[in-house]
Each structure stands twice: as structure tokens, then as C-alpha cells.
Design a protein around this ligand. Sequence first.
Ligand code: FE2
Ligand code: FE2
Length: 134
Amino acid sequence: MSVFKLPMVAEFGFGNIDAEHQDIADCINDCLVTAAKGNDALPLQHLTMLRQKMAGHFRNEEALMEDLGFPLLAPHRGHHRNILDKLDRLQADCARKGGVSLNDVRGFLEGLIEDVLHADLPFKTFLYEREILR
Ligand SMILES: [Fe+2]
Ligand SMILES: [Fe+2]
């Protein structure tokens, strides 16, 4: 099965952002490959670990934004919160039905894409505007 590849436009070249995005993408890809083998192939703990990785990344990203005075930090925080709420609902669903399906993992992938390709790009623009990135 094909796996998700982070597009070049999403690369920051700044701080640990790229490494953290890549780490989450790798983890999601592992989950996609495992989940594709069957409904019971992926333990629920994988999603818990993935959710923790994403929450950790969001915390680091927000700290970086705060340090640099990113003016859109408040809505960005809200964006992160919405993604985590969605992942929590997904996890609760999986716990209720006692298994993780390929679609559930795709829900996590959507969360990553929402962060990397939608929410984070204005921060990249800000870094260029402030000439922190050139
Ligand atoms: Fe991010
Ligand atoms: Fe973000």
C-alpha cells in the first residue's frame, strides 16, 4: 500500500519542526501499513502513542511561536486543540468497538495534514517576513 509523504512545501528548515512532522508521518505510515493487514492488526496503544507524539509536537510548536512573537498563536492553539479533540473522539470510538481500522488511522493522517499543510504555513510565512528564514 502507498504511504504518506510530506510535501516539500511543508518543509520549514527551522528548529525541530521538520523532524517532528517527519516522525509523526513515519509513525502514521507504520500504522497505515499495519492497519491495512486487518482490523485487529493494530493495537489501540499505537493510537495512544501517536496522539502523545502529536500533542508533544503541538506543545513544542506553540512554545516556539510564543518565543518568536507569532501574532496568530491564539488561533493556532485553537487549531491544535481541535485536532486533538478529533483524535480523542477517534480513539474513544476505537476503544468502544475494540479495534482500529484503516479508516481510523486515516483520521490521524488528516489531523497531521491539517497541521502541516493548513495551520503551520502562515507560521512559515511569518518566519520569512521576519527574515528568520531566508
Ligand atoms: Fe506542526
Ligand atoms: Fe501547528
